[in-house]
Design a protein around this ligand. Structure first.
Ligand code: KIV
Ligand code: NA
Length: 277
């Protein structure tokens, strides 16, 4: 397989070939998604709740995400790798946004970065693109600013709010974003916005008319069984499988059935004799 480029993603959009995007936060996951042949991998700031134990994405730092992103980079060859700019690392100024974006490229090998929001954030996107780093936008439900949105809830459910989503998407497109994530938007609103979009749109809880879909790996595999949003279809039950494995291990240690002879090293009898002597 050939390495996925921005050009390839635009071609896929033009041909109506669905784009598969997924998150990964570590090396073994990167190897799995590489083998599965996904198109785009995001080291999401959702690592905050999915692997770092934070209650939401707000506290995660650039340093924490860079470490996870480097681990994913080491496992990927073909997919486009997108780094997720965490809350507080790009909003203050164009200079801050450019500096953080450059770190994700130089220190973690990202092909692109993602940031949340339209409006002023579209200007940050423009600045980052002008500094040579491709930008993916993210509109609708933007978890970093969920408090301002009234919590984790679908966006664009009134005419005025739907218009705000359209305006954010148009601003990002105009600013030079190569792609935009639409999160938690009614499918009918997405359908109405799509004709205005000239770049690949990746949906998560935004219906079926987008150019691609993204899900969080830990959600689709059910690696944790915390609350999951409506859009997070469970494609596997990995937590149950992990639990089965750890339970079986603990049982066998307690019943002294593990380790068995095949898990045990041997010493030649004469050496043992000499050792004992
Ligand atoms: O951090 C994340 O997982 C994301 C995706 C849901 C797009 O931003
Ligand atoms: Na994110």
């Amino acid at each position: 397989r050939k390495r996925i480029t921005l050009t390839k993603l635009h071609e896929m959009r033009a041909l109506g070939e669905p784009i598969v995007m997924i998150t990964a936060y570590d090396h073994p996951s990167a190897l799995v998604v590489e083998e599965a042949g996904v198109d785009v991998v995001l080291v999401g700031d959702s690592a905050a709740n999915n692997v770092l134990g934070y209650p939401d994405t707000v506290p995660v730092t650039v340093e924490e995400l860079l470490m996870l992103t480097r681990a994913v980079r080491r496992g990927l060859k073909t997919p486009l790798l997108v780094g997720d700019l965490p809350f507080g690392s790009y909003e203050a100024s164009d200079a801050q946004a450019i500096e953080t974006a450059h770190r994700f490229v130089k220190e973690a090998g990202c092909d692109a970065v993602k940031l949340e929001g339209g409006g002023a954030m579209a200007e940050r996107a423009r600045a980052i693109v002008r500094a040579g780093v491709p930008v993916m936008g993210h509109v609708g439900l933007t978890p970093q600013t969920a408090t301002m949105l009234g919590g984790y809830r679908a966006q664009g459910r009134t005419a005025a709010r739907a218009r705000a989503v359209l305006e954010d998407a148009l601003a990002l497109q105009e600013a030079g974003a190569f792609s935009i994530v639409f999160e938690a938007i009614p499918a009918d609103v997405t359908d109405a916005i799509m004709p205005y979009m000239e770049i690949p749109i990746i949906g998560i809880g935004a219906g079926a008319s987008t150019d691609g879909q993204v899900l969080v790996l830990h959600d689709l595999l059910t690696i944790h069984d915390d609350f999951q949003p409506k859009f997070a279809k469970r494609f596997a039950a990995v937590k149950d499988e992990m639990r089965r494995g750890v339970d079986a291990y603990a049982d066998e240690v307690r019943s002294r059935t593990f380790p068995a002879p095949e898990h045990t090293y041997n010493i030649a009898p004469e050496e043992l004799e000499r050792f004992r002597a």
